[in-house]
Design a protein around this ligand. Structure first.
Ligand SMILES: NC(=O)c1ccc[n+]([C@@H]2O[C@H](COP(=O)([O-])OP(=O)(O)OC[C@H]3O[C@@H](n4cnc5c(N)ncnc54)[C@H](O)[C@@H]3O)[C@@H](O)[C@H]2O)c1
Length: 342
């Protein structure tokens, strides 16, 4: 016990050496990889408001729209190119890395070799880079890091993890690798397991995407055909809560963290319950159900996520409930359709 405490203290002291510039009141320089997906663009907006436009570098391998370029610094960064990553970190004096590049659950099953490269080899590059340049590194994990052997209601922070998708396997790999680098080298690795994140931006091919697509289809076609059964319960969160969780967690002093990987969530609902909550705002809506291969994935995932450890260690608390989520989505999706037709 004594030895363990000594070891933990030693690792924590070492970790301070890795942390960004907040101690000298200078905002950190942040690089976001895979930044043109569902979460990256919103994340850059959120962090630019907090730390300044020039301090948040958005990156991806996709050609950006004019709007993205006008919003702030944007760079080409391929997560599989280690030298390219080193150059960006050195040239821009990066302190924190937010690693979003990934192939999500449904897309990953369609191209396993590519998912192995992007999700696993990409993670090897990121972790080595973070070690070499002493970066604070944030890697999101997911409810998909659990599988049919895990308790599903509720799913605690530490339990059996035997996922059956390449996406889930790669996220367990990332969690374990990050923890290992923390214990071995004092790397300031931070990871949150997000539930399905809901925003008005187009989703990236995950199993919880229905909860976004339903809003878009309702306003464009007046109906939605759901690929999950009506009673499929999954944990979910509005993007506002997800980004606040990410941002708050990145600033927590290492001394307060008892883990490097935390579950976070806001709520759990089924397609039927979401449709019911939406009917208040869209009374004419129609929903039908035609389950596909994503049903099997959803049936192996947590139904209710236990985030009590995040609440205890760094006061995590969600703010957006189901009714507020629906209200926000109705407003934002209507605005998006009016502005650019998607
Ligand atoms: N969206 C969610 O509901 C959710 C839930 C839990 C965890 N997460 C995690 O959050 C992160 C971001 O999710 P998202 O929904 O924005 O994903 P997304 O699929 O929308 O975006 C991923 C991005 O990665 C980029 N990418 C692919 N290959 C790349 C490469 N070789 N180099 C650099 N970039 C590359 C893609 O171009 C894409 O823009 C992912 O790691 C995901 O696992 C998301």
């Amino acid at each position: 016990m004594l030895l363990r405490n000594f070891y933990r203290t030693a690792v924590r002291c070492n970790v301070r050496y890795y942390s960004g510039n907040l101690a000298n009141n200078k905002p950190p320089k942040i690089l976001i990889t895979g930044g043109l997906g569902q979460l990256g663009v919103e994340c850059a907006k959120y962090l630019r408001n907090k730390y300044g436009r020039e301090n948040v570098l958005l990156s991806d391998i996709i050609k950006p729209s004019e709007e993205i370029v006008n919003d702030g610094p944007y760079l080409f960064v391929d997560i599989l190119d280690f030298k390219g990553l080193q150059k960006i970190v050195v040239d821009h004096r990066v302190d924190w890395l937010i690693h979003f590049s990934a192939l999500l659950s449904a897309i990953g099953e369609q191209n396993v070799p590519l998912a192995v490269r992007v999700n696993i080899e990409g993670m090897h590059n990121v972790i080595e880079l973070a070690k070499q340049y002493r970066l604070r590194v944030f890697v999101p994990s997911t409810i998909g890091a659990f599988g049919p052997d895990s308790p599903r209601n509720p799913t605690p922070n530490v339990t059996i993890q035997r996922p059956r998708t390449i996406y889930g396997v790669s996220k367990v790999h990332a969690e374990l690798l990050g923890e290992y680098y923390y214990y071995k080298f004092g790397l300031d690795f931070r990871c949150l397991r997000f539930p399905g994140v809901i925003s008005s931006d187009p989703p990236g091919g995950g199993t919880t995407d229905y909860a976004i697509a339903i809003f878009h289809d309702m306003f464009r076609k007046g109906q939605y055909q759901c690929y999950l059964k009506p009673d499929t319960r999954l944990p979910m969160m509005h993007v506002k809560d997800a980004l606040r969780a990410l941002s708050e967690y990145l600033e927590v002093p290492n001394e307060r963290l008892t883990r490097r990987v935390y579950n976070v969530t806001s709520m759990s609902f089924t397609p039927e319950e979401l449709a019911e909550a939406m009917s208040k705002y869209v009374p004419e809506m129609r929903i039908t159900y035609q389950p596909d291969s994503r049903q099997e994935i959803a049936d192996s995932w947590p139904q209710v996520f236990d985030d009590s450890e995040a609440r205890r260690d760094w006061n995590w608390k969600p703010e957006v409930d189901l009714d507020q989520l629906v209200r926000l989505m109705v407003k934002e999706v209507k605005e998006k359709i009016a502005a650019n037709g998607f």
